[in-house]
Write a protein that binds this ligand. Structure first.
Ligand code: SAH
Length: 387
């Protein structure tokens, strides 16, 4: 087995509990094969942990176990079973959820999303890439899936020296899979949809938001219309806006599937749409803002903050008194406190008063590791415009 020895800084970082060690923080790399399990040791040879070694990535080590146990098929099978038992406890009223969320389930750099009996996998490091056959075997044994699709069309794989690809690993994956979320049915395209087909991380927020949304509601950045459809159960009229034609068509199909005639979906840029609505003097009783990550790196947090501010400012302006704002940021690089600060700036600029109804995050099937801030990326705030 290969050995890694961290520098003093790397060791201090690891002792704080973070599950990664960066290449710069390694003093010695000995016989470590790309994608293999290596042992992390102190200078004097004292064992610290076992983990995945990546040859190309800045993230050289990913923690798998703090003991010297043998890591084989049964070890991984038990981790998958534990991940599943946790989902059985926290996932409710849906058959579409994240079964394995990498580090947070003790299986670094592996994502498994489940849409009814169809599974979608992403292997995000050399090690999980090499273990693909083993994880396929475990999933077959535990869940007897109808199909397993590999959605490795992610740019982060390039950091690992891995190609982008999509391929079916077993079974037949239909072009559309119908799943449900609460009382809403929806169709997912596992081959072509964004992420692995749907934004499962917002699932609980969609159900929770619908408790507060009434009257005229706007779902901005609606994708396949799921916030809109949940809201349409109680609201009078819901408009969904997205710049993707494919997303709008799918949202309309989902509305038909649920017989929700009080919805309309429009292909437009949200920024120009909000501007035009203000110019036309229109108002809303509820607005959902779920933009893509504006802050893709630490360097562009400034620009991203301006984007979030403009968006929220325009939305709050359109709200009637008593209106509800459901506003999200999925940028890991923008902290919750910075996001709240941006909303306070909007409040001050508009002379408005906002009440926090709920501070929320990603759904429980995307659990957060206590000492791995990267696992907590989604912020979702429910606010009421008092006046
Ligand atoms: N709310 C959705 C997920 C939204 S993801 C859900 O719960 O499922 C973000 C969406 O924003 C994507 O569908 C993308 O097509 C869209 N988008 C990105 N930039 C946009 C823009 N400037 N105007 C409108 N839509 C945009």
């Amino acid at each position: 087995m290969g050995r890694l020895i961290p520098t003093a800084k790397g060791l201090a970082w690891f002792r704080k509990g973070h599950p990664w060690i960066f290449r710069n923080d390694l003093a010695k790399i000995q016989d470590a094969a790309p994608g293999s399990i290596v042992s992390l040791e102190e200078k004097n040879g004292k064992f610290l942990a076992q983990g995945f070694y990546s040859e190309h990535s800045k993230i050289a080590f990913r923690l798998v176990s703090r003991s010297q146990e043998r890591i084989h098929l049964n070890f991984w099978k038990e981790r998958v079973e534990r991940a599943f038992h946790y989902r059985e406890a926290v996932v409710e009223k849906t058959n579409a959820y994240r079964l394995i969320y990498g580090e947070s389930d003790g299986i670094p750099s592996l994502i498994v999303d489940r849409y009814a009996d169809h599974f979608v996998l992403q292997t995000l490091s050399q090690a999980t890439e090499d273990l693909l056959d083993l994880f396929t075997k475990i999933l077959l044994e535990l869940f007897r899936p109808s199909s397993i699709l590999l959605r490795n069309d992610l740019s982060v794989r390039e950091l690992e020296g891995l190609p982008q690809e999509k391929k079916i690993i077993m079974g037949e994956c239909p072009s559309r899979v119908q799943v449900f979320e609460g009382t809403i049915q929806y169709l997912v395209d596992l081959w072509k949809g964004q992420k692995t087909g749907a934004y499962l991380d917002q699932r609980e927020n969609r159900a929770a938001a619908s408790r507060f949304l009434r009257g005229r509601v706007l779902d901005a950045f609606c994708y396949h219309g799921l916030f809109a459809l949940h809201a349409a159960r109680h609201a009078a009229q819901v408009t969904g806006v997205d710049s993707s034609q494919e997303a709008i068509e799918q949202a309309r199909e989902n509305a038909l599937l649920n017989g929700l005639a009080n919805t309309e979906f429009r292909k437009e840029n949200v920024f120009s749409f909000l501007k035009a609505e203000a110019e036309a003097g229109r108002h809303y009783d509820g607005i959902i803002l779920d933009p893509p990550a504006f802050a893709k790196s630490k360097e562009n947090v400034g620009g991203a903050s301006r984007g979030y501010k403009e968006l929220n400012l325009r939305a709050i302006r359109l709200l009637n008194p008593g209106g509800i704002l459901v506003t999200s940021s999925c940028s890991y690089n923008l902290s919750e406190s910075r996001f709240l600060e941006i909303l306070r700036e909007c409040e001050r600029d508009l002379g408005a008063t906002l009440k926090i109804i709920e501070k929320r995050g990603q759904s429980a099937d995307h659990p957060i590791l206590l000492s791995f801030p990267e696992s907590h990326y989604l912020k979702c705030l429910f606010l009421e415009k008092i006046h």
